[in-house]
Design a protein around this ligand. Sequence first.
Ligand SMILES: O=C(O)CCC(=O)C(=O)O
Ligand SMILES: [Fe+2]
Length: 343
Amino acid sequence: VLDQVQSTKLRVQRVLGRAASFILGSTSSSVAPVAPAAAPGRVSNPEADVALIRNEPPGAFLWLDRTTYESELAARRKSGRITAEEAELLRTWAENGYVVIKGCIDDAQIDAALADVERMWNERWHVSIDVLTTGERTHVDQCDPAVRYGPHKLNDLYLHSKAVRNVFLHERIVGFAEAVFEQNVVGINSLTFAYGSQQPAHVDHVYMTPSPPRRLIASWIALEDVQPDSGPLELWTGSHVLPPFDFGGDNRYHYTIDQQDRNTAYLASQKPGFSHERFMARRGDVLLWHAMLMHGGSHIETPTQTRKSMACHYYSRECFESTIGLKQHGRAWFMQKGIEDPD
Ligand SMILES: O=C(O)CCC(=O)C(=O)O
Ligand SMILES: [Fe+2]
């Protein structure tokens, strides 16, 4: 039986080439060696005792995270697989850890999503909600309706609203994520905001850790023009190259409460090495960020100033053994039960 498995592996490898070595976890010498990651190494002066993951196998990295991304982009251009504009966007991703797609979502789609948010409050749907002022997790049909007028997160509204789902899995977002993963895309979580989150600087990979690692990306979708006093999304350009913090235990990439302060201190120590930006989006603009990019919600200067937006997370299809629990939406999939954001 083992021989049979081995020969199947080799056959699949011959057909799929490099991808198969990752999927099948094989290190067969018939597969070309994978270039090392471009990034890790840019950490500056970490505290002597901070534990970082520095021994990731090259196959763990996605193609745009490797030193060879320029030649890979050129090859894809040459074969006509990507356009010049797509190449530019993917290069920006490799360098900065995020891209902006201006005017991505059209007005009608945004209006439909906002209308469903309105209906959800009026009809008090059973939607999971985090009240950011108290830290309480409850449901819209169980909470004080006044919660609506302060910072909160609606969890996975895409499960209840087709209009929100259409924004969540917009074809341009899905198309970009497919290009990054070179795989199909699975929407795993949507957060709908009316106000800023004021979330401290963090890395999403730590909370929604994919398996295999690194196969996660996030989107931020402006449902209205962002005002400077609303607590815009903030990010540290290029910080996706930082070596991941090592939480130890069974899953070294995944957040543990006892290591949380050290992780926060590590990120804070690295902030000065990167340029700090705020996403001053216009309605319909979308920002996509790398799972390891440091970002957060900046301080809300005017508490009554809304910041209607969605933050969404997507896994590569390779994170799922089968399509059980997934539903198709165009070329993409979504999880029938969203992943809870522990943060
Ligand atoms: O929208 C924000 O302020 C931050 C959202 C965020 O960091 C996330 O959902 O991962
Ligand atoms: Fe985040």
